[in-house]
Write a protein of this length. Structure first.
Length: 353
């Protein structure tokens, strides 16, 4: 059985210092480097406090303090997250599933830079939410081998992750709109930044849209506009399409926030939804059903993504030694913002992906 004395000896500090670090004593004056060394030594020696030495048999991985800690590392700031209900849903899924597994989940926002390594000291695993550029991915890999990506999977990496099958969802939607008679279909979405560069048409929904339109012989560069996936960009990009006289029959937006911006741009120009222009979104945020008219949208199961991410990281902590990638389906929710298969029927959900 590993003792505090053995950890203290391996790091070169007193037993009292080790005890205070492993109990996260905020009053202890110690460098971040030394604190991290103590926690890493405790993890390497598989130390458990006496109170939690029986914890290893209950299906959860041990940690130096006896409470398994995981970190939710978000690419967005708290203000940015609150502006996007979809990401709030992912976080809630992570928090609820962590609580049910008795995992201690801490949230860290990268914002505009790499996090302080000391903030991640002592965590058994990390769940990365949102779009993380290569330097951030490399940083997180250095922090732990138990790393899971939720929602956006980094390019060229063999790592754990969970995401929605957006290409299948987009093709399913476009096929349905085509069957309803739509031909001049526009897209308003976001660019891809996973590589660390701005790839204007690389985002999965956008790339699928362009490929599908080309296959159908309907491609028109003027019908595809990209920017940031925000309310403001949905408004601006939709306005550009309308002001240039392109006149699409329906516009598909990369998320519901952009759809709300598009609504405003359309209605400010005296046009009616769906009679003049149909609108379809992605995510099915709570506000979607309360728009006027209610928004047809692809429902992405945000909370489920968060829950599965927690399950994946717990599997890694418990010893799984191969990468696993989970792809979950979406639902096409028909409402009144565009034509739908049965105009007389109530809003319906059709499985996609």
């Amino acid at each position: 059985m590993v003792t505090i004395k053995e950890i203290a000896r391996s790091v070169g500090v007193s037993s009292a210092t080790v005890s205070r670090v492993l109990n996260y004593d905020a009053t202890l004056s110690i460098s971040a480097v030394k604190r991290q060394a103590i926690i890493e030594a405790a993890e390497a020696l598989n130390y458990l406090t006496p109170r939690h030495r029986n914890r290893a048999g209950n299906g959860l991985a041990p940690s130096p303090t006896g409470v398994t800690r995981v970190a939710l590392v978000h690419s967005l700031t708290p203000v940015q997250e609150l502006a996007d209900p979809y990401y709030v849903g992912v976080r809630l899924g992570i928090e609820h599933r962590s609580q049910s597994l008795k995992l201690d989940c801490v949230k860290i926002c990268l914002g505009d830079g790499i996090a302080d390594p000391s903030l991640l000291a002592g965590v058994a695993g990390i769940i990365a939410v949102g779009t993380h550029v290569p330097p951030e991915v490399a940083f997180l890999q250095r922090m732990t081998r138990n790393l899971v990506f939720a929602d956006v999977f980094p390019t060229g990496e063999i790592l754990d992750g969970v995401e929605s099958d957006l290409p299948s969802a987009m093709r399913h939607l476009l096929d349905a709109l085509y069957e309803l008679g739509y031909r001049r279909i526009a897209f308003v979405g976001g660019w891809d930044t996973r590589s660390g560069r701005v790839e204007p048409y690389g985002e999965r929904r956008c790339a699928t849209f362009l490929a599908w339109m080309t296959e159908k012989g309907l491609a028109d560069p003027a019908l595809c506009r990209v920017g940031r996936m925000r309310f403001e960009d949905g408004y601006t990009l939709m306005g550009q399409i309308l002001d240039e006289g392109v006149a699409p029959e329906v516009v598909v937006t990369a998320n519901d926030n952009m759809a709300i911006g598009a609504y405003r741009a359309i209605q400010e120009r005296g046009l009616r939804i769906p009679r003049d222009i149909g609108v379809v979104g992605f995510n099915d945020i709570p506000a979607a059903q309360f728009l006027s008219p209610p928004l047809t949208t692809i429902k992405i199961h945000a909370e489920r993504i968060g829950e599965i991410a927690v399950d994946l990281v717990n599997e890694l902590i418990l010893g799984r030694d191969f990468a696993k990638r989970v792809m979950i389906s979406t639902d096409l929710i028909w409402r009144d913002s565009c034509r739908r298969p049965d105009e007389t029927a109530p809003a319906d959900a059709i499985r996609a992906g």
